[in-house]
Write a new protein. Structure first.
Length: 178
């Protein structure tokens, strides 16, 4: 069976936690982290919540243009990203893909024969990525970039029943330690 790392996008691989997608730029260490994960035998899968699409704040075509730009940026030197999945829904849509729901992880686990117990979710929002890790049976790493520090501070109550398996300075430090 394969193993995978499921990454959040904004605040984890680059950009800011809640900023507009068209301002997204990868952190300087993001590609090194993704390459290191590949060398350690992991599939690299990005899962991002983009509820601004269903709320009508972010037009789908604008999002898709940015999605392609970001994917090309990560994959420009070598193929670092295996899947890049986005959820356009808001909570009231009752989808199964909006983090912390596990739809995308379940789908990838089936497609690639991934052992989720040997896999990780890495993100800067405890209520999304750490709860997702728990729901999917993966290990969860909270990074301190983006909204990570606030997740441990003023937003800790939004995921009070959960604990990260690890807290890392950033995604590169996270990959180094797994
Ligand atoms: Mg984030």
């Amino acid at each position: 069976m394969k193993k995978a790392i499921f990454y959040d996008l904004q605040g984890t691989l680059g950009g800011e936690a809640t900023a507009s997608i068209d301002s997204f730029a990868p952190y300087p260490f993001a590609k090194e982290a993704l390459a290191l994960a590949k060398n350690k035998g992991y599939l690299n899968i990005i899962i991002t919540n983009q509820s601004k699409i269903s709320k009508g704040i972010l037009p789908l075509d604008v999002y898709l243009r940015e999605h392609d730009r970001i994917l090309n940026e990560f994959n420009s030197d070598e193929l670092l990203i295996d899947e890049f999945l986005f959820c356009p829904h808001q909570s009231s849509d009752n989808c199964n893909c909006k983090k912390p729901k596990t739809g995308f992880i379940d789908q990838c686990a089936e497609k690639y024969s991934i052992d989720v117990s040997q896999s990780y979710v890495i993100g800067d929002m405890g209520k999304n990525e750490i709860v997702l890790a728990h729901n999917a049976g993966c290990k969860g790493i909270l990074v301190l970039t983006g909204g990570g520090k606030d997740s441990l501070g003023k937003f800790r109550s939004t995921w009070a029943d959960y604990e990260a398996d690890m807290i890392a300075e950033n995604v590169l430090e996270a990959i180094k330690s797994i």
